[in-house]
Ligand binder design. Structure first.
Ligand code: PLP
Length: 382
């Protein structure tokens, strides 16, 4: 019987019954760059930490198990993971990417991947006809679902079907829901991307990124690339993410409960013109989310009536911190226009509906009464 995800966050099944590492319950940190060989032509299985490190390997096995993949690679940040992934493609290749993505991805695609000869069509993958953008050169479809920050939801299984009909890879950034709520590989995706900095780490203290795949051929290529380009996650950071994962389930449950309550509260505020949370039944992606995910997550975006109101909220919050990033235990509020999406061209911002009155909330695990009390006092003064 396949175990439940909460249990998988704590126990790596293949390690059970073993008492190596002196029976340590917390996996040790192998803070070493290199490894002695028992003899000429022999290896302990570890030669050099750029290639592999036991602590990182343990984390990678854990994340592969959570996503239902055969391999996971742990990298020094989410962007390091996505940059490595782009090395699968060559000049002339074309990728269909959602237009509403984390701003750093758009910056990477437009300034670095493009310079390397990879072409992109940025489209609204949940509303536009993806197939009409496929050309001879198209090699992949790249999506986030829900998207950052506009919370658009794409049907993963339907998109996988289109991708595979045309021999393309489907790449899904699963950062916003984490493997606790959604497993894209099980819905047909070929590669899952994570910013491990967010829910997997969960404590706003460590940067990390992951690439997970269920395909042997992709795993082999990525292993070659990580050893060659060298952005593997450091042992101590690997340990911090392992520690974070232990509580992923209870953190996600609490944060998602809080998010739903806050979304409903925001909906009733006069100064708020729109609340975008896929757990609200009027969200266009609500039914797809119910089909493909086990929860709605803890990210929500809302529009205020004008820029002044948005800036006033950012000035007035105290316990809720005005900061970039998401997915940690502390609630953070972000201003996409000048922070996460500052480098996104104006026409893409407009297409996605991101304005100077858009705010994004990463709801944490505080008692929701305290979060609502703070929001009430902030909104009362607008
Ligand atoms: N993917 C998503 C959806 C993100 O929100 C982020 C960062 O905010 C990234 C990737 C990049 O991850 P990192 O900041 O760990 O490099």
């Amino acid at each position: 019987m396949e175990r439940e995800i909460e249990t998988k966050c704590l126990h790596l099944e293949e390690d059970e019954g073993k008492t190596d590492h002196f029976g340590a319950i917390s996996y040790p940190i192998y803070q070493t760059a290199t490894y002695a060989h028992p003899g000429v032509g022999q290896s302990t299985g570890y030669d050099y930490s750029r290639l592999q490190n036991p602590t990182r390997e343990h984390l990678e096995k854990m994340v592969a198990s959570l996503e239902g993949g055969i391999d996971a690679l742990a990298l020094s940040s989410g962007m390091a993971a996505i940059s490595l992934l782009m090395e699968l493609f060559k000049p002339g290749d074309h990728i269909i990417a959602d237009s509403d993505l984390y701003g750093g991805c758009i910056r990477l695609f437009q300034n670095v991947s493009d310079k390397n000869g990879i072409q992109f069509s940025n489209i609204d993958c949940c509303r536009e006809d993806i197939e009409s953008y496929i050309t001879e050169q198209t090699k992949a479809i790249y999506i986030e679902t829900p998207t950052n920050p506009m919370m658009n939801v794409t049907d993963i299984a339907a998109t996988a079907e289109i991708a595979h009909k045309h021999g393309l890879l489907l790449i899904v950034d699963n950062t916003f829901l984490s493997p606790y709520f959604q497993n894209p590989l099980k819905l047909g995706a070929d590669v899952v991307v994570h910013s491990g900095t967010k829910y997997l780490g969960g404590h706003n203290d460590t940067l990390a990124g992951f690439l997970v795949t269920g395909r042997e051929d992709i795993s082999e290529k990525l292993r070659f690339l990580i050893k060659t380009t060298g952005a593997g996650l450091a042992p101590f950071d690997s340990w911090l993410i392992l520690r974070g994962i232990k509580t992923l389930g209870i953190r996600m449950e609490r944060a998602a409960d809080n998010a739903l309550k806050i979304a409903k509260w925001l909906t009733a505020q006069d100064v708020v013109t729109k609340v975008i949370y896929p757990g609200l039944p009027d969200h266009p992606g609500y039914e797809i989310m119910k089909k493909q995910a086990r929860g709605f997550g803890a990210m929500l975006t809302f529009q205020l009536k004008d820029k002044e109101s948005a800036l006033a909220v950012l000035e007035k919050v105290r316990m809720i911190r005005f900061a970039e990033s998401l997915g940690g235990v502390e609630t953070l509020i972000t201003y996409p226009a000048t922070q996460t999406h500052a480098d996104v061209p104006q026409e893409i911002l407009e297409k996605n509906g991101i304005t100077d009155a858009t705010l994004r909330l990463s709801v944490g695990i505080e008692n929701v009464k305290d979060l609502l009390a703070e929001l009430e006092s902030v909104f009362a003064s607008l």
